[in-house]
Design a protein around this ligand. Structure first.
Ligand code: SF4
Length: 329
């Protein structure tokens, strides 16, 4: 890996959540002990079911939420306490729904130039030039400058959102389900565009998606998240060829779900996704895991290196009674 551009060290985020009118607030750990490293130009695909903590992690990286514990470093500098504007120059988001993330009352020129104006970069002539160049980069003609989001297609709007994210030339882009609101035919155009821009500018992406086909297409590495923890992390080819964690396997099997319109993978795991306020003891995945044993209910698995990645499962840990060195799921 090249020198890390983004590092997360034991990052956790806990909220106090009230259940019912008179219920006492209880802790909800949305992100739990997450450690990840991204090299420049890498694309880390972050996958998991709804509510697993992916979006909370994205908010922490964007400086919109502070972690309860742990560190986030960009180019070796901790982001805690950094000025939000300074951070926004280095990390920019692209969200799922371009329509709701673009101000409908502003023209495309206003929307794309906004980051430059907020950061006080250039005069109006240089900003206009920069907007035209960035629109060109994302494949939009200059004639859209004075149009409004409502006059554009979904794919064009997402190109505007990408232009707005890139006009500051950030190092890292957090892509939060950037194609899931688009038609399938438009999705591949946007994915190809993101890939081209990454190559041209050496961008680093954290690519959050429930769609494993999309992740396989774009990511260089994949992290699988379950109930706030990363349970497996590996290069994309290694994880798709031979997933080590039973949950990663279930997610991969869900790629061919017969109803893609559901928007989330059908993991066919039987038991429902657990309540994060009262997570199961030991390995949080044990109520849904076909390989669970008593030890899984008693002890939480630690992260162990396996192949080119890391896995949290007792079956891969030589220090547990369940260790099976030849285990594949
Ligand atoms: Fe399944 Fe046990 Fe591994 Fe958890 S630790 S994934 S319950 S086998």
């Amino acid at each position: 890996m090249t020198a890390p551009v983004l590092e997360l060290k034991n990052v956790a985020k806990t909220y106090r959540v009230k259940q019912g009118l008179f219920g006492k607030p209880k802790p909800l750990t949305a992100v739990n002990d997450v450690s990840l490293t991204l090299g420049r130009g890498e694309v880390l695909g972050l996958v998991g079911e709804s509510g697993c903590g992916k979006s909370t992690l994205a908010k922490i990286l964007l400086g919109l939420e502070a972690p309860t514990s742990g560190q986030v470093l960009v180019d070796g500098e901790e982001i805690a306490g950094q000025d939000r504007l300074a951070l926004a120059r280095r990390i920019q988001p692209i969200f799922q729904d371009p329509y709701s993330s673009l101000n409908p009352r502003k023209t495309i020129a206003d929307i794309v130039s906004l980051p430059l104006r907020v950061h006080g970069i250039g005069d109006s002539a240089s900003r206009a030039k920069s907007v035209r160049e960035t629109l060109d980069l994302v494949g939009l003609p200059a004639r859209v400058l004075n149009t409004y989001p409502s006059q554009m297609s979904g794919g064009q709007r997402q190109r505007v959102a990408i232009a707005r994210a890139l006009i500051m030339r950030p190092e890292i882009v957090i892509c939060d389900e950037p194609t899931s609101a688009l038609d399938v035919s438009v999705q591949s155009q946007i994915l190809n565009l993101l890939n081209e821009l990454r190559e041209e500018f050496g961008l680093t992406y954290l690519f959050i998606s429930h769609d494993l086909a999309v992740v396989e297409h774009l990511a260089t590495r994949v992290a699988v998240m379950y109930l706030g923890r990363i349970v497996e992390e590996a290069p994309v080819a290694a994880l798709f060829d031979a997933p080590r964690h039973p949950y990663a396997r279930a997610l991969l099997n869900s790629v061919l779900t017969p109803d893609p319109a559901q928007g989330v993978p059908d993991t066919q795991l039987g038991a429902a996704y657990p309540n994060p306020i009262a997570p199961p003891p030991g390995c949080h995945f044990h109520p849904r895991c076909p390989f669970a044993q008593d030890h899984c209910k008693a002890a939480a698995p630690r992260s162990v290196p396996v192949g080119q990645g890391h896995v949290k499962c007792h079956l891969h840990d030589p220090d547990t009674p369940m260790y099976r060195p030849d285990f594949t799921v």
